[in-house]
Design a protein around this ligand. Structure first.
Ligand SMILES: Cc1ncc(COP(=O)(O)O)c(C=O)c1O
Length: 366
């Protein structure tokens, strides 16, 4: 039996409801943003205890809309190098200056020590990234630091669907969180993203910025220079129906994670949440130092276990787009954790038998 690294799953009920909703949209001609976008926003913000949800075209768009709404032009934004390039580019496209920082070995996330190292009088914000769905146990400390310095705390919550720390969801800590609903994410609309915030002024700015800086959807009065970051009703129908079974999907992921945590050999260093819950976008382990990851993945593949790519196989400072501005060794922890980790299969349609087989192959192969 071949075990896939990732499978995208919709239940039969969800497929039926999506078909019905799409028919409604085609019957009424309401393809642009309308009641389904609003429903998706209302449901996702409610699930995450946030007052306002602004649905947009992608996770990167959510970040950019949020950064733009904060007026960070010329200000420095501290963010981790262990992230997707969108965390960096969105701050840059909003006119801010992204500053890369190293991360913590314990959970691959930005920590307070690295924030402090990079803080100066021109810092306007910190953007944390909840790698694999783990909200760092330093979250309250980071929040307190940002409050003390009077700078914004932004959450890149692309991985944090269903994750909590001390009972709080992503979006509740700082000024706002940016979620991605890309196909591979825990919940998906195919392409899509959403800003969550509890700040009414920021929410109004985000609504305007996502739609050419307009006063409202059907009024062509432009108050802010901006572009098109909109989500359509067609996209929202998929996302809104996917999140409709959030408890069912998260419970399945939790059960798989528990099986790994309980049964995987201690030779793997497991990254587990502290004082909170992961939504288990990824189940991440470090391989022992001596193990070559590519060889190890080939060994697993030959036994029928397909391991997907890492969260990030390379930290962004080593991407060619930086054209030599950084070198190996500049952010040693991020480089080490990117190189040493693997992600285990974790998705709702993965069967118990497949999880047991995965554990057996992994324990044997290490
Ligand atoms: C941490 C992080 N931020 C932002 C994004 C961008 O999301 P999207 O692909 O929906 O634009 C991703 C995408 O994978 C991501 O992993």
């Amino acid at each position: 039996m071949d075990i896939k690294g990732l499978k995208i799953h919709f239940t039969d009920n969800q497929k039926l409801k999506i078909t019905e909703d799409l028919k409604d949209i085609l019957d009424t001609g309401q393809l642009a943003a309308g009641k389904y976008v609003k429903m998706f926003e209302d449901n996702w913000s409610k699930i995450n205890n946030c007052k306002f949800g602004i649905a947009v075209s992608s996770g990167g768009a959510a970040l950019e809309v949020l950064f733009r709404s904060l007026g960070l032009s010329g200000k420095e934004v501290i963010l981790p190098t262990n992230t997707f390039i969108a965390t960096y580019t969105s701050a840059m496209f909003a006119g801010a200056k992204p500053i890369l920082a190293d991360v913590s070995y314990k959970n691959m996330c930005l920590d307070l020590e690295n924030i402090k190292k990079n803080f100066n009088s021109n810092t306007g914000a910190v953007c944390v990234v909840h790698i694999g769905g783990i909200i760092t146990d330093e979250m309250e400390k980071i929040k307190n630091f940002c409050d003390e310095k009077n700078i914004y705390l932004i959450e890149d919550a692309a991985h944090a669907h269903g994750s909590t720390f001390n009972g709080k969801y992503s979006g509740e800590f700082g000024i706002g969180a940016a979620y991605s609903f890309f196909s591979t994410k825990t919940f998906t609309s195919g392409e899509g993203g959403m800003v969550l915030t509890n700040n009414e002024d920021i929410s109004k700015k985000c609504f305007s910025i996502r739609d050419y800086g307009k006063k409202s959807q059907w009024e062509s009065v432009h108050n802010i220079f901006s572009g098109n970051f909109r989500m359509s009703n067609l996209t929202a129908v998929i996302g809104n129906n996917h999140i409709s079974e959030i408890d069912n999907f998260l419970n399945k992921r939790e059960k798989i994670a528990k099986m790994y945590t309980d049964n995987l050999s201690d030779k793997y260093e497991k990254i587990l949440p502290k004082n909170g819950k992961s939504g288990w976008y990824k189940y991440i382990v470090y391989l022992p130092k001596k193990v070559n990851r590519k060889d190890f993945k080939d060994i697993c593949k030959n036994q029928g276990l397909g391991l997907s790519g890492g969260v990030y196989d390379k930290p962004i400072h080593l991407q060619p787009v930086f054209d030599g501005s950084f070198k190996h060794g500049d952010f040693p922890i991020a480089e080490e954790v990117c190189e040493r980790h693997i992600c285990l299969p974790i998705y709702p349609s993965l069967t118990e038998e497949e999880v047991n087989q995965t554990i057996e192959i992994l324990n044997k192969s290490i």
